[in-house]
Design a protein around this ligand. Sequence first.
Ligand SMILES: Cc1cc2nc3c(=O)[nH]c(=O)nc-3n(C[C@H](O)[C@H](O)[C@H](O)COP(=O)(O)OP(=O)(O)OC[C@H]3O[C@@H](n4cnc5c(N)ncnc54)[C@H](O)[C@@H]3O)c2cc1C
Length: 317
Amino acid sequence: MKALVITNKINNKFNPSLLNLFTVIKKIAGNSNYEAKTDVLVIGYELNNIVADIAKYQVVNKVLVIDNPALDHILAENIAHQIAKIVGNYTHVLINADSFGKNLLPRIAGILELGQISEIVSVVSPNIFKKFTYAGNILSEIESFEDIKLLTVRSNNFEQDEILANQSCEIVHLEYTNPVSSKIKFISRNVEDKLVNLDSAKIVVTGGISLESKENFDNIIRQLANKLNAAVGASRAAVEAGFAPNDCQVGQTGTTVAPDVYFAIGISGAVQHIAGMKDSKTVIAINTDSTAPIFEYADYGLIGDLFDIVPKLIQKI
Ligand SMILES: Cc1cc2nc3c(=O)[nH]c(=O)nc-3n(C[C@H](O)[C@H](O)[C@H](O)COP(=O)(O)OP(=O)(O)OC[C@H]3O[C@@H](n4cnc5c(N)ncnc54)[C@H](O)[C@@H]3O)c2cc1C
């Protein structure tokens, strides 16, 4: 096995999913005679500090760095060809299944004409991986016969192991070979400043269309989330109504989360929503309708009006 993990920078640190990806490397190696070591490719701008942090982990063999002002906002279209050349040297290439990974790896798969296995949740062997299909209703085992296994990973499904961070390893700086004829350029980025990232949060507070307005959503869902140091989630209906931005959407066409605690507040529990949260460890649902499907997934259910219950909850915390 010769593994490569691709990662980026988030809030001046390395993407926290990197530690979960190290667990995946150990699992792939654990089922074989492979050594649990990986190279890490970091892409972005002003990476010196985070590269030094990554290089300390014992599971890391070598850190490859592409550090360039043009990569302050990474455009997958402009970097995929360069990474595709690097990827050719490896047997396993892993990336977190967030918007960065889901944008980049399929392009690399296309360039190299390789099959990709998307959003793996479990490792069976170095060639066989498990992933959900049909909106999370079927857990499939997929075997890859490719020489290079390209894997996007639902990192939340893999616990972060204790890994010693007391070494120093080789760091290789690579030139950014920006494609001359790039037709894509960065214009602007509109992301709300979040205290807690949705896809790595330990607690998620999610609100649905029943909040009735953005104002209510902010006063109820965001307030509860702030009290609990939790990430804010929303159903697609709530996002479409403009109560919360798109990157808060949980579900089949949004983010997949697996927090310790998931609050589903005024959420019916449509299959497409469940697909994004059913791996949560404890689910607390608040809904006026006792027959709402969300209660089938809830560990704790409160049948009642969210406008009564949540303010009381906020007061108690
Ligand atoms: C291809 C496709 C992809 C989709 N992807 C997603 C996705 O990624 N994520 C997603 O969320 N949806 C997705 N959807 C939409 C999904 O089918 C549902 O329409 C959506 O999840 C419903 O959102 P909701 O629970 O907020 O609204 P509703 O289904 O309308 O449910 C509102 C709930 O609030 C309860 N309620 C009402 N008033 C109160 C109150 N005062 N107090 C407490 N409870 C109250 C009601 O009893 C009801 O159960 C997708 C749909 C399609 C077709």
